[in-house]
Ligand binder design. Structure first.
Ligand code: ADP
Ligand code: MG
Length: 812
């Protein structure tokens, strides 16, 4: 089965599970099939292709439910390579030829020029060898190329000579490299230092943490540098600028020249040439998805113009207008999808009501070793009211690290168990799953908490609770045994990673799923879970404080509860910004705490744009600390380039106190509870967002012991200093998140990859107004045309279907 077959199969399966209601794909099954036929994914001669084309003229939608079921089953069989059962009666009239039937084909000549899904080799001058390089950038089709927007533009219209550079501004400079060498900056950071100049003067340029830059700057060559100019010891200095060799002819164009993300063997010049060529011959073929009425009313740049302007803008304003238009498209598609999901979720069948009897609830709350905060009580009330109802719960529980979300999850899981049903709790990593397992065992009373299956004597229930930890690392035989118990209904609560639970586990009666740290999952992976149970209730938990508009985008289909209060008696983590000269003292402090039997984290700086570089820098720092600073202590290293198993092993070593200090990049698990760790030292703190620093700080301060957060920063700008001081002053995650959005803007907040959002090409999460506008427009559209079936919405429906068909397939 190839990828497209696999995808089709999943969608058809999904459709069958949804009762053949033509709900599996937004915009309808027929539209999806039309696309397959148009792209000739399944040629008429292939069995699957024939089966699709055998549908009557009215398509899948025109079939009755039983016929639909039969067609689905038959087509799935064909995908699986089995001969079709009773074939559907061959359609009488010219079988389905949807594209031709629905709209006239373009004349031949422009049909080739207009084929945006053609491979990039369709662009003049692009051979296979070049196509391979573009593929490395994720650019495979002509459309990809048109949407391969530049990272930024060099403003050749406003190049300033060295003497006229203004401190504090982003500027572009063309200069000659006088010297460039690897260097040590401050006391420890490796980097590159270069001296560049033009006729008006010379200037120092530094790249922190990027020693490799030195090798790329050839003496006496001219380079274009773009970045912020700062004052260092009274001298103008450029820090971490973007750089590239100068292409002489561009200087004379006097305009904004696009700078693209590049890869080895694909010089900027080539990318520019190919994109330009693609724009010239293909941009006119882009179909405008927005209805004309909307374009006019919202004064949006038409699509073709916007795409051209994104690459070669006639000025900054036109560029921003273009970006805004394209961002609107992306956000609108998301909002349409999210709103449709929300509607479906509401309309879709009933869930099993899971009422928690009052006496059980009293018993449970009374047996807790602490009193619930009022915020916890409220969230618990909302969750229990939800699960007691027939409409499936679909709730996001937000609460700062340590605010006590688990107990709300536990109460909901108890409701499932008390009703004789099953609940699942999923975490992003094995170690978090283990932690949840132990925490739950603790919350329900101290039973025998041996994994993989624990019997917990919850005195308020008539029988013991059975909790299973379904770990990927269990021996096969044991795993099978646990799975069998789950399938036999002998387990009340299953804890595991989402990969494990979404896999091949069969539940006897899954009625509730709890998902922890949701922002690490794909937005739509939730859908997969729903299909494990009849129609399970869903509780999603996250420690990331998300401002409202972001929540609208990320979790627009969920109800939201917030725990905005910390359990009493928590000692706030003492937070201090440490200037460079304080580093040795900070190390001494770490040593002192470790001497007391406590543990510490040391987080290495973030290197923008590259996880590999960040990992490499962390490994380097780890070696240095181990050899030079803490040779007598036990250090461990954690970074994003380690295999998942290795990561878990390191975290376990740290948790079980086989390590004193964990040197890590920012990947250190959200939610990991290591009460004995009391020091969080963050290097290069100015490079992290406030929300991220707050998350890191949340790794400590999880016991009665006083904890400390040391924020090191070698040369903070004024703005960075302001942020670090804010960290010292406030421990309120929401306040910090809002400030972060205000001070730094967008997805500094959390990267796209982490958030589970589709990758935006033009939109930014700080586009608060635009997000709200997209939301309003999506609602308005759906109100007038719930299934986007009007002809003027056809193009848009296609876009939505295309975006969501991918996500839907991934979610299965
Ligand atoms: P998070 O929201 O980060 O998941 P947890 O649920 O893990 O937080 O709770 C953090 C710690 O606080 C746990 O050790 C838990 O037992 C404790 N805790 C939770 N609620 C309260 C409370 N109301 N009073 C005191 N301690 C609490
Ligand atoms: Mg937690």
């Amino acid at each position: 089965m190839n990828e497209r077959e696999g995808q089709l199969r999943k969608i058809l399966e999904h459709e069958r599970r949804l009762g053949c209601a033509d709900k599996a794909v937004i915009g309808g099954i027929d539209r999806y099939l039309d696309r397959l036929i148009e792209q000739n994914v399944f040629p008429p001669a292939s069995p699957v292709g024939a089966s699709i084309r055998a549908l009557p003229r009215g398509g899948y939608a025109s079939l009755g439910v039983e016929e639909r079921a039969r067609w689905l089953t038959q087509t799935i069989h064909l995908i699986d390579g089995q001969p079709g059962a009773a074939p559907l009666k061959a359609a009488p009239s010219p079988a389905r030829e949807p594209a031709a039937a629905k709209k006239p084909r373009r004349p031949k000549a422009s049909a080739t020029a207009g084929d945006l899904s053609a491979p990039v080799t369709a662009v003049r001058g692009v051979r296979d060898a070049l196509a391979v390089k573009f593929a490395r950038l994720g650019v495979e089709t002509v459309r990809d190329l048109l949407y391969f927007f530049p990272r930024r533009h060099n403003d050749f219209a406003r190049i300033r000579p060295v003497a006229e550079l203004v401190v504090g501004e982003e500027q572009t400079l063309v200069a000659t490299v006088w010297s460039a060498a690897e260097t040590t900056i401050g006391r420890r950071l490796r980097g590159t230092e270069a001296l560049v100049g033009d006729a008006t003067g010379t200037m120092r340029v530094v790249w922190f943490n990027q020693p490799y830059v030195a090798g790329q700057l050839k003496t006496n060559r001219q380079v274009v540098l773009a970045g912020k100019v700062t004052l260092f010891k009274g001298q103008k200095t450029m820090e971490n600028p973007e750089y590239e060799p100068l292409e002489e002819e561009l200087v004379h164009t006097g305009r904004l020249v696009p700078v693209y993300r590049s890869t080895s063997g694909l010089p900027p010049r080539t990318i520019r040439r190919v994109v330009k060529e693609a724009l010239d011959s293909f941009a006119d073929a882009l179909a405008e998805p927005l209805p004309p009425e909307m374009l006019t009313r919202l004064r949006l740049t038409p699509l073709t113009t916007a795409v051209r302007q994104m690459h070669y803008p006639d000025g900054w304003e036109r560029l921003e207008a273009a970006r805004r238009r394209l961002a609107f498209d992306e956000l609108l598609v998301i909002q349409l999808g999210v709103l449709v999901r929300r509607r479906e979720w509401r309309e879709r069948g009933l869930a099993l009501p899971l009422p928690l009897p009052a006496d059980v609830r009293r018993g449970f709350v009374g047996a807790l070793p602490f009193t619930l905060t009022s915020a916890q009580e409220k969230a618990l009330e909302q969750a229990l009211a939800d699960v007691a109802g027939e409409r499936p719960m679909n709730r996001l529980l937000q609460g700062d690290v340590g605010s006590g979300k688990t107990v709300v999850a536990a109460a909901s899981l108890l409701a499932a168990a008390a009703s004789g049903r099953q609940g699942a709790m999923m975490a992003p990593t094995e170690i978090l799953a283990e932690q949840h397992f132990r925490t739950l065992c603790g919350i329900f009373g101290c039973g025998d908490e041996k994994a993989p299956v624990a019997q917990v004597d919850a005195p308020y229930l008539a029988r013991p609770l059975r909790i299973a930890l379904l770990s990927g690392s269990l021996p096969a035989a044991e795993k099978r045994a646990v799975r069998e118990s789950i399938a036999a209904g002998e387990i009340d609560i299953v804890v595991g990673t989402h990969a494990v639970i979404q896999g091949s586990v069969d539940f006897a009666g899954l009625a509730l799923a709890v998902v922890d740290e949701q922002h690490r999952f794909g937005v739509m992976q939730r859908a997969a879970l729903r299909e494990k149970g009849v129609n399970p209730h869903l509780l999603v938990m996250t420690a990331t404080p998300i401002p409202r508009t972001l929540a609208l985008t990320l979790y627009g289909d969920l109800d939201i509860s917030v725990i905005d209060e910390m359990p009493p008696g928590r000692k706030p983590v003492e937070t201090r910004w440490v200037p460079p000269e304080g580093r040795d003292e900070a190390y001494a402090f770490v040593r002192e705490r470790v001497g007391q039997g406590e543990q510490a984290f040391i987080i290495c700086p973030l290197i923008e744009e590259s996880e590999t570089l960040t990992a490499r820098a962390a490994a380097h720092e780890f070696e240095r600390l181990r050899a030079e600073v803490f040779p007598d202590l036990r250090l461990g290293l954690l970074h994003g380039r380690l295999a998942a198993q290795k990561k878990d092993a390191v975290m376990r070593d740290f948790r079980d106190r086989r390590l004193d200090i964990l040197v890590s990049t920012a990947v250190v698990e959200v939610g990991v509870d290591i009460p004995n760790a009391t020091v969080m030292m963050v290097e290069g703190a100015e490079r992290f967002g406030l929300a991220q620093l707050h998350q890191l700080r949340g790794r400590v301060g999880r016991s009665d012991a006083q904890s400390y957060c040391l924020l090191l920063s070698d040369s903070p700008s004024d703005e960075a200093r302001e942020r670090l001081q804010l960290m010292e002053r406030t421990t309120d995650g929401f306040a910090l998140a809002e400030a972060d959005l205000r001070l730094r803007g967008p997805g500094e907040f959390f990267g796209t990859r982490q958030s589970g959002l589709p990758e935006f090409r033009a939109a930014r999460l700080s586009d608060v107004r635009l997000i709200e506008l997209a939301r309003e427009e999506a609602a308005r559209l759906l109100e007038s045309d719930p299934d986007l079936q009007r002809p003027e919405h056809e193009a848009l429906a296609r876009e939505v279907a295309a975006a969501w068909e991918r996500v839907t397939a991934e979610a299965h």
